[in-house]
Write a protein that binds this ligand. Structure first.
Ligand code: ZN
Length: 744
């Protein structure tokens, strides 16, 4: 999901001008610190179990530390199995859109397989759309109590709420009673998780079929779903079964249901399976959906029924609009992938965005399949929502995602960067959310975080910078460009990080933003430490080993450690940043380089004490210098007849990271020292024939998580305060800018 859309809401020019004003006013923007209040302290106990004794995952579940067992989720997929994934669910859905009421009437036949070795008497389903039924839902309660918006913070007006009503649930013709439950201790008025108590227990290894009639009322676009005018983005719209996790999967010791309420900041987690969905809409509507279209739509009473089928995915979303322009359709092929049909659906007002979005999608297919592994599906559908429906934009579903529309897209301007970035990001979810299928409630870093990292890698590898300008600002001469990871670090909390990146999505003091940016920067820093090629090998293996399963943070850690052979570095980063949060803040505290001239005092010579007096010494020193100049007519400043003592005091205000100190000398020589010890300070010194001119920690910029890079270096120049002051203002400006846009 795109996290922040403040920028597109204000308009790029507005943001840039606001940022400039903020600098002028001397406002030091605090990056990332958006949420003022954390959620209530979650209870650690799991919900009481129903009759079959299977509990729900704990409300505060977060990054897993224990690696999953090798046979978790049916074991690694080799490609020789009859299906890509070990399918657990099958959904047959018939849905009819009422474009006036913006509602969907649905009949769902859910087939679910009990993978466990115990009989299952109750199953849990998500009814996500009930997050939008009113102010009493967990979603709106968190929004209210935290005084925090969701992305562009569209207000829901009268008549614009959404919900999903169960109209009938049967198992083999017998009515199934249901109860709303609150796995995360949310308010009783939340109805996003429901338990079905089945008349017939599902035996170990057996499957059951549940028939569900439902009515989904779409809200006006909010939080990745809804309608605006004739545009409908239908996501999180059907009753969807939760995941029954088995021992050895994501840290589970016994079978447990993994279901969570729909929070203000959390996304989804579901079983792999297959979908066969018939969508009936008025015949003048253009339809796009997850998966492959089956034949031509069938017409009846002015309505067309479109059928889409897709295997080995874990969600299904669709769109219908009568304003859609003629779609852009293209194909893409790559090693190991089937031929992929790429379709861009867009409204007339964003025609300028269609071709750039198609290009970004095709480029992403190439990059992700080259660097991670093949894209295994035959379709990819990109939807650009219309004007005023931006809250439907920037969201991923399997083989289907929504991008963002701009009326104009100019090369090397902010609009182009944002269009590219959001398209790449939503496509990238197809890997981290789609194929690797992380639990986004509990371990959002594995999806949003790793995806952000891989997106920025793609931009970096093709040399694309962030061009923070608009046509107007460019005319005024303002067109700064930043490297993507440098920009990312500016948008993440560094001096006061409150939340481990492995914390769950919904219980965070500084909001969800740092999950994106701190993960991306921490992974980039790990890459700088262990090598780009090693990192890429490890991620390829992570994909190969864990695709179509549901890896945990521990599974990522083990794969990285094993493949790179650098367990110590990997474990250190996970201990500091994934399972905890640590500030990195190393500085050059003082730097001196002084000539060691003869000093006054007494000394023994030929059995007697003699005194070297200052006046005599001065003469001797002057003479020595004069002679030295004669002998070395071209000598540079900072050299002479006497050696120089150089001292550098480095201080550590945060966690220990492996550091390099580089000192440059006037004669062109360089001294490099390692500083890896976990100690608050260290003094390095050299005595050399030349004066030092600069001392710098981390010259390779391996530690972008470091609070400030400005205090990493010092020079011998007399007074750098003015330039430092300017640099600080500029850093504040950029901080402000990127706190707004970096975590899309
Ligand atoms: Zn995202």
């Amino acid at each position: 999901m795109r996290f922040s859309s403040t920028l597109s809401r204000m308009g790029a020019a507005g943001v840039l001008l606001a940022a400039a004003a903020a600098v002028t006013a001397g406002i030091q923007a605090r990056a990332g610190g958006t949420a003022a209040v954390s959620a209530t302290v979650p209870a650690t106990a799991a919900m009481p179990a129903p009759g079959d004794g299977i509990p729900l995952a704990a409300a505060d579940a977060a990054a897993v530390t224990v690696p999953s067992s090798p046979d978790a989720w049916g074991g690694p997929r080799t490609g020789n199995e009859p299906t890509l994934s070990d399918r657990v669910v099958h959904y047959d859905i018939e849905a009819t859109l009422d474009p006036v009421k913006h509602s969907v009437t649905g009949r769902e036949q859910l087939t679910w397989r009990n993978r466990s070795q115990v009989p299952v008497k109750s199953v849990y389903l998500h009814l996500y759309m009930n997050a939008f039924e009113g102010m009493g839902s967990t979603f709106f309660t968190e929004k209210r109590l935290r005084e925090s918006g969701f992305r562009s913070n569209v207000a829901t007006g009268e008549g614009e709420w959404g919900h999903i009503a169960l109209r009938g649930v049967r198992q083999g013709g017998t009515k199934v009673p249901w109860t709303f439950v609150h796995p995360d201790k949310g308010p009783a008025s939340d109805h996003t998780v429901v338990r079905f108590d089945l008349p017939q227990a599902v035996a170990p290894g057996a499957s059951t079929m549940i028939d569900i009639d439902f009515l989904t009322q779409l809200p006006r676009v909010i939080a990745r779903t809804g309608y605006f005018g004739s545009f409908h983005l239908v996501g999180q719209w059907f009753p969807k079964i939760a995941v029954l996790e088995l021992p050895g999967e994501r840290g589970a010791a016994t079978p447990r249901w993994n279901a969570h309420e729909m929070h203000l900041n959390s996304e989804f987690y579901a079983d792999f399976g297959s979908y066969d969905v018939k969508l009936t809409v008025p015949k003048d509507y253009t339809v796009g959906a997850t998966g492959e279209r089956q034949g031509l739509p069938a017409e009846k009473n002015g309505m067309l029924t479109h059928r889409f089928v897709q295997g080995d995915v874990h969600d299904f979303a669709w769109t219908a609009d009568k304003r859609t322009a003629t779609p852009l359709v293209d194909t893409w092929s790559g090693p190991g992938s089937p031929k992929v049909t790429v379709t861009v659906l867009y409204p007339p007002e964003y025609k300028a965005s269609a071709a750039p979005a198609l290009k970004a999608a095709r480029d992403s297919l190439t990059y992700f399949s080259n660097t991670l592994g093949p894209y295994p599906y035959k379709t990819l559908t990109v939807v650009i929502p219309p004007y005023n429906a931006e809250e439907a934009g920037g969201m991923e579903y399997p083989t289907f995602f929504t991008a963002e529309g701009y009326a104009q897209v100019e090369p090397d301007h902010l609009n182009q960067y944002l269009l590219d970035f959001v398209t790449i990001h939503e496509f990238g979810h197809g890997y981290f959310y789609g194929l690797l299928a992380s639990n986004e409630f509990e371990e959002p870093m594995l999806d949003e975080g790793l995806n952000e990292y891989w997106d920025l890698r793609m931009l970096r590898d093709r040399g694309q910078d962030v061009h923070a300008t608009t046509p107007l600002l460019k005319k005024l001469g303002f067109a700064p460009a930043f490297r993507v990871f440098e920009a990312e670090r500016m948008g993440t909390p560094r001096s006061d990080p409150a939340d481990a990146i492995g914390r769950n999505a919904y219980d965070r003091l500084q909001g969800i933003g740092p999950v994106y940016s701190r993960t991306a920067v921490a992974m980039r820093d790990l890459e700088a430490r262990i090598g780009k090629a090693a990192m890429e090998r490890a991620f390829k293996e992570y994909y190969r080993r864990w695709k179509f399963r549901h890896p945990s943070a521990a599974d990522l850690r083990e794969t990285l450690a094993e493949v790179t052979g650098q367990r110590a570095a990997v474990d250190a980063v996970f201990a500091q940043q994934v399972y905890a949060t640590a500030k990195i803040d190393d500085r050059v505290a003082s730097f001196s380089s002084r000539e060691e001239v003869p000093l006054p005092g007494t000394r023994q010579a030929n059995g007697a004490w003699v005194e070297d007096r200052q006046a005599d010494l001065d003469k001797r020193i002057d003479a020595a210098r004069a002679q030295w100049k004669k002998d070395h007519p071209n000598a540079r400043e900072g050299s002479g007849p006497y050696p120089w003592r150089t001292e550098v005091l480095v201080r550590r205000y945060g966690a220990a990271v492996p550091q390099t100190l580089q000192v440059k000398f006037a004669d062109g020589s360089v001294e490099t020292a390692r500083w890896d010890a976990d100690e608050p300070w260290h003094k390095f010194s050299w005595v050399k024939p030349s004066q030092a001119v600069s001392a710098e920690l981390d010259p390779q910029r391996q530690h972008l998580l470091d609070t400030s890079k400005l205090d990493d270096s010092r020079t011998m120049e007399a007074d750098t305060r003015a330039s430092r002051r300017w640099a600080m203002d500029f850093a504040a400006f950029v901080n402000y800018l990127y706190s707004l846009i970096a975590t899309v």
